[in-house]
Write a protein that binds this ligand. Structure first.
Ligand code: SF4
Ligand code: SF4
Length: 276
């Protein structure tokens, strides 16, 4: 809702009623309501923020969002942007939620996640070409063609038509898991934070797993959560594409999974439930 409310209503009212002060009379700002999609959507998911002579406010916000705010969010929350903030994720977890258990599982389905690296690289090259074309004239043609193809393949088919059509067959997270370049960028950041032991995001398991499989069945990005739980192995973004949605924690009947590591003395306690 927020995704559409800001550009379609709030931005226009902000300009009309001069909530944004002097900016309301600057045509480069006031006539480009569509740029306010970039308030929530970070590069490279929404790379148009930097194209077409943006008002400097958008350029500064775009850089701050992608290279300051997103890394801080990733440091503390991993890829929760996909679950809590992004509209594509929001649609998947509402309209597509009834099919979440159909997310492809197993090693082959995980290997296919290489595709979002390909989309990320395409977005990086196109961004670089578009920004450099005014200096390096030979880039004008490839930049224009790249932008056109990216718009058709990624923005129309991979974000819009295909994932929503595939909800009833592969669950809601097809775009987020397989094609989203921002999800891949956050995965790389989160994995690096984990590698350098600074990440605050992980899912821990205690020793009470009864192998019911509910966590794995409900994971919308196809992670074999039960396997991690059985081995009491921590789920992080260095070993999985977990988006921190928390459904596995919620559905576990034994309270095995948690976003916080149990304190050692508490972990040794055995909870005994008297028979009813
Ligand atoms: S929080 Fe659990 S259910 Fe959600 S993506 Fe991570 S492992 Fe899967
Ligand atoms: S839902 Fe809980 S008890 Fe069931 S397999 Fe997953 S971690 Fe184990």
């Amino acid at each position: 809702m927020f995704f559409f409310l800001v550009p379609e209503f709030l931005f226009r009212w902000a300009v009309e009623y001069k909530w944004v002060g002097e900016l309301a009379s600057d045509p480069n700002f006031a006539n480009n309501a569509w740029r306010s999609y970039g308030i929530v959507y970070a590069w490279p998911l929404f790379f148009y923020t930097f194209f077409g002579n943006p008002h400097q406010i958008w350029a500064v916000w775009g850089v701050t969002l992608t290279f300051v705010l997103i890394p801080v969010l990733v440091l503390f929350h991993g890829k929760r942007y996909c679950s809590w903030i992004c509209g594509c994720g929001g649609l998947a977890e509402t309209l597509g939620d009834r099919w979440r258990h159909l997310a492809p599982k197993g090693n082959a389905s995980i290997r296919w996640e290489w595709m979002n690296l390909a989309v990320l690289l395409a977005a990086v090259f196109i961004t670089a070409a578009v920004l450099a074309q005014s200096v390096l004239k030979f880039l004008q043609k490839p930049a224009g063609a790249g932008l056109e193809w990216y718009h058709l393949i990624a923005d129309v088919w991979l974000v819009g038509i295909l994932p929503v059509t595939l909800y009833p067959f592969f669950g809601g997270k097809v775009w987020c898991r397989y094609w989203c370049p921002l999800a891949k960028l956050m995965q790389i950041m989160s994995a690096l934070f984990t590698k350098f032991k600074s990440s605050r995001f992980a899912i821990y398991s205690n020793d009470k797993c009864i192998a019911c499989g509910e966590c794995s069945r409900n994971c919308q990005v196809g992670i074999n959560v039960m396997n991690f739980a059985m081995k009491q192995e921590t789920i992080e973004n260095i070993n999985s594409s977990c988006i921190g949605c928390g459904i596995c924690v919620t559905v576990c009947p034994m309270d095995v999974l948690s976003f916080r590591a149990e304190e050692p003395e508490k972990a040794q306690l055995v909870r005994i439930q008297p028979a009813a």
